[in-house]
Design a protein around this ligand. Structure first.
Ligand SMILES: Cc1cc2nc3c(=O)[nH]c(=O)nc-3n(C[C@H](O)[C@H](O)[C@H](O)COP(=O)(O)OP(=O)(O)OC[C@H]3O[C@@H](n4cnc5c(N)ncnc54)[C@H](O)[C@@H]3O)c2cc1C
Length: 206
């Protein structure tokens, strides 16, 4: 996506975004974060767009897609890295493809930054083999009973004992996605079953 700006910052006027809507929906949707107050000039321009303004878009590109129905799946996302899975959740619901076996490990710094609470709830209600596990790394409420810290080999082995038999999709900030691949290889996941989608503008670890 390109948004014209006569005074861009050094990061420029172009960004990549995942389409977070499903092919079953009429409108194209993206999902992103505005980090106050230290956001880029691009994000300022994006959030100031009004109906009728023009932007340039290209694409779509890439092959970060749902596998065959028979495959068991793991999704691993850091924060806003859930955007490709938001599109896929909507698609599974709309196309009544509800028997998929999906374990979604979602690293969040705080519950407030969850980008997909409502659609996850719909999937958990409609899909008997769908489960999201949130791993909180920072603002853990005092009554939090779930996972906390970072996603590591032990957490994956505990929550996904059959990880070597699943297709594993990892999406999020570049350092997190790279770290996940090393962890997955160290627990004997075959490299060909690991699929990655990097969001290079973000640096969080999750
Ligand atoms: C294939 C692909 C898919 C992607 N999909 C998505 C998506 O669905 N949603 C999404 O949000 N992003 C997505 N991204 C990442 C996206 O393209 C941007 O890189 C990201 O949103 C960060 O935007 P930004 O650079 O405007 O920084 P911001 O979001 O404004 O800030 C990110 C961080 O960079 C710091 N920062 C901001 N500006 C500067 C600066 N000038 N100098 C130094 N530090 C700065 C901020 O303080 C903050 O810590 C995707 C990237 C790729 C390659």
């Amino acid at each position: 996506m390109v948004i014209t700006d006569p005074n861009p910052d050094e990061r420029g006027t172009e960004r990549w975004f995942t389409i977070s809507s499903s092919p079953t929906q009429n409108d194209i949707q993206i999902t992103t974060r505005l980090i106050e107050p230290k956001h880029s000039e691009f994000k300022k321009d994006l959030f100031h767009l009004k109906p009728g303004d023009s932007i340039e878009i290209e694409g779509p590109e890439g092959k970060f897609l749902l596998p065959d129905k028979a495959e068991k799946i793991v999704w691993i996302a850091g924060g806003i890295g859930a955007t490709p899975f938001i599109a896929q959740m909507q698609y599974l619901l709309d196309s009544k493809d509800q028997q998929r076996d999906i374990i979604f490990l979602h690293g969040l710094r705080s519950l407030d930054e969850d980008p997909c609470k409502d659609i996850v709830q719909q999937c958990e209600e409609a899909m008997p083999n769908f489960k999201r596990i949130i791993i909180l790394s920072q603002d853990t409420p005092s009554d939090w009973q779930g996972e906390h810290g970072y996603i590591d080999d032990k957490l994956i082995q505990k929550n996904v004992p059959d990880s070597s038999k699943r297709q594993i999709y990892v999406s999020g900030p570049e350092p997190m996605v790279d770290a996940m691949k090393d962890i997955l290889l160290s627990i004997q996941v075959d490299e060909k079953n690991i699929h990655q989608d990097w969001f290079p503008g973000y640096k969080e670890k999750y």
